[in-house]
Ligand binder design. Structure first.
Ligand code: WTA
Length: 658
């Protein structure tokens, strides 16, 4: 991030002294330091203490950590519990029973609310329905649903019974859905007829039907459908069921299935540096503990908070900071079905004003697009709304540039709210490096300091710590309860991707980083072939293999270039079978390829630029020279060493982008 580094050099600090921590969070910088020291000196006691204090166990654990088979760490040995007991049952008797758990606002603006008690009953009824159908602990369920109260019910009903859920983002295509159904060996799919986003009705059930028709899905015994719009869909009588029919007439209590602390709560797929997405497997107890701790620490949560995380449940942020973290703490949260720009780009600010949101958590890509809109149309500027309910504002998913940070801090937070620039990943389960509200100062563009118990560092290729102001690999030196447990069905890939031997067994995050003289971390972006488009991780290899599976494409190379709105944009270099297309033909072929990618992966992976050539620049050993392509895509002069390039003349022959 050139911007971040620039700011790093000028040491741009924003004083945070106005903020008074008064929740159950970390009250001061001194207490933060003390906790860090405690974790260092008494590692197991530190984690064991929180696990005892914050979680309700049906059987207490006998040992905090088993590290005898690294990197297969096990936490809270012999302990058993149920995640939904910790998110729902506990609130029936602690005074939260009639408190709103969820304030749901639909795409059209309709608002419905559900209390903790009612959410508990819905989860129990739905879980009883699933139980009657024969689903049980260890089964796998794909959830492909819109943002709704129902998706939370579905996730928790699975967790109630020990069924492992895998939520697939509603923007993924039936092809991607199919790949995930097979990989996880699902026996159940929960979906909805349609989803509504930005005034449009998008079919989901038909994508499920298409995915199943792609074959080898005999393991699927039921498709349960939440009726969102009631528009017509295809129906298979012996397989498909309406969600409300299943809930009706069920008892409103379902006994929780207590699971081992390490039982997988869910598997969530994310892109890696090979063509196949990775199923990131999380635990039950350790994951929930870290969700709850980070929720409380990072956002300094209080009983009367109205929390709003704008992520989709299809991503890890929607798991940790919508489905699990807020409920574990008994908070009231807003869940939003729609998009920030519909019906106008003031939707977020209107909703903060209407629901009196006190903690707002969103992504830089959304902020960038709203900055743009408010420049074009001042009536959608946040200044036109009463945002005085806000206390903490957060950012997630990608680097936030100092300029965007400052706009957010000034115009949304009114220079009164700390900006939690939270660095973390699908694999880490929860926040890892983030500015706590108690920090004395914030630095726009830096995610600041690791949380207590998190031993983050920047190292070189042999695992040695690099000096401050030097770039290197971001690693975590010790395990933590919320960490990834495995890649579903691929232990070997788990070990080699995340714990490479040369890095001394440290967890390798896949990001480059550096630290400044205050120890603040600056994330410099991915070091592998993964792009970050609007906060969504996309593997270049995944897009390349989808492109070459098109009948007209011979070779493809995908790289990222910087983009004002989406952070990074996908650029595809294409060599066709046959001749390079004329400019007229190229327009149509580019359109065809974009549609192809939307079907193969999903619309988020569509290349923004498509550039045609006669061949790709390669070294003599046949490796595509991606750095060179990156320069071309970013419109930079090629001043790198091209002496190893075999086919140098091809550089002049790339088309303009389509
Ligand atoms: C990037 C999202 C800079 C990073 C929670 C990471 C960030 C990847 C930040 C994980 C941040 C996330 N600053 N970069 N605050 N947060 N990233 O798995 O490259 O979807 O490795 O998890 O997003 O993306 P994922």
């Amino acid at each position: 991030m050139p911007n971040a580094i620039q700011s790093f050099l000028t040491d741009n600090k924003v004083s945070n002294i106005n903020y008074n921590v008064s929740g159950d969070s970390i009250p001061s910088y001194d207490s933060y330091k003390k906790l860090c020291l405690e974790a260092e000196n008494n590692f197991e006691e530190f984690w064991g203490g929180y696990a005892t204090k914050l979680l309700s166990w049906s059987k207490t654990f006998s040992k905090v950590l088993d590290d005898s088979n690294k990197p297969h760490y096990k936490w809270f040995i012999d302990g058993s519990m149920n995640v939904t007991v910790n998110c729902l049952d506990i609130h029936l008797t602690n005074g939260n029973s009639n408190k709103n758990a969820i304030i749901f606002e639909s795409d059209d603006g309709d608002v419905s609310k559900i209390t903790y008690k009612d959410l508990f009953v819905r989860v129990c009824k739905f879980a009883n329905g699933l139980k009657n159908l024969g689903y049980k602990i260890g089964d796998r369920c794909i959830i492909y649903m819109p943002m709704s109260i129902e998706v939370i019910v579905a996730m928790h009903a699975c967790a109630r019974l020990g069924i492992i859920h895998s939520v697939v983002f509603g923007g993924f295509s039936s092809k991607s859905l199919h790949e995930r159904i097979l990989d996880i060996g699902a026996s159940l799919i929960i979906t909805s007829d349609y989803q509504k986003r930005g005034g449009k009705q998008i079919p989901l059930k038909s994508a499920v039907d298409d995915a199943i028709s792609l074959g080898n899905c005999d393991s699927i015994t039921n498709v349960i459908v939440y009726k969102r719009t009631g528009s017509s869909i295809n129906w298979l009588d012996d397989r498909d069921l309406w969600m409300d029919d299943l809930e009706n007439n069920q008892l409103d209590y379902c006994a929780p299935v207590f699971v081992d602390a390490e039982h997988p709560l869910f598997v969530l797929y994310t892109s890696g540096s090979t063509g196949k997405p990775k199923g990131i497997q999380h635990s039950s107890a350790g994951y929930l503990l870290w969700s709850k701790m980070t929720m409380q620490w990072t956002f300094d949560t209080r009983d009367d908070d109205i929390f709003w995380c704008t992520a989709d449940v299809g991503w890890i942020t929607g798991h940790t900071y919508i489905a699990y973290g807020p409920l574990s703490l008994g908070l009231t949260q807003v869940i939003f079905e729609g998009i920030p720009t519909y019906p106008n780009s003031d939707r977020f600010w209107k909703m903060i004003e209407n629901h009196k949101v006190s903690i707002f958590y969103t992504a830089p890509t959304a902020i960038r697009s709203l900055i743009k809109s408010s420049c074009i149309d001042p009536s959608v500027h946040p200044d036109n709304f009463d945002l005085s309910s806000l206390r903490v504002i957060g950012s997630v998913g990608e680097p936030i540039s100092p300029d965007t940070w400052k706009w957010y801090y000034k115009n949304v937070g009114k220079e009164n709210c700390p900006v939690a620039d939270t660095w973390w990943q699908t694999e880490t389960g929860g926040h890892m490096i983030t500015p706590l509200p108690c920090l004395n100062y914030l630095k726009p563009g830096s995610c600041s300091l690791p949380l207590p118990g998190i031993f983050a560092s920047v190292v070189d290729e042999s695992g040695e710590e690099v000096p401050n102001a030097t770039g290197g690999f971001l690693v975590i030196k010790k395990p933590w309860p919320g960490m990834i447990r495995n890649i579903w069905g691929n232990t070997e890939r788990f070990r080699t991707s995340y714990f490479p031997e040369e890095l001394k067994g440290y967890y390798l995050a896949g990001d480059g980083a550096q630290r400044d003289s205050d120890g603040y971390f600056w994330i410099m972006g991915r070091i592998d072939d993964v792009l970050n488009v609007s906060g969504h991780r996309l593997g270049t290899m995944e897009i390349e293999s989808a492109l070459v599976s098109h009948s007209k494409v011979s070779e493809a190379a995908v790289i990222g270039r910087s983009d004002d709105t989406t952070g990074e944009a996908v650029v595809a270099f294409i060599v066709m079978k046959g001749d390079k297309p004329s400019n007229e033909d190229a327009v149509n072929i580019a359109k065809e390829l974009r549609n192809w990618i939307a079907c193969e992966i999903g619309p988020i992976a569509k290349p923004k630029d498509i550039i045609f050539g006669d061949s790709l620049p390669k070294t003599r050993s046949g490796k595509i020279m991606r750095r060179l392509l990156r320069s071309i895509a970013n419109g930079e002069n090629i001043n790198q060493d091209t002496s190893t390039i075999e086919n140098i003349s091809i550089l002049d022959k790339f088309s303009i982008s389509f």
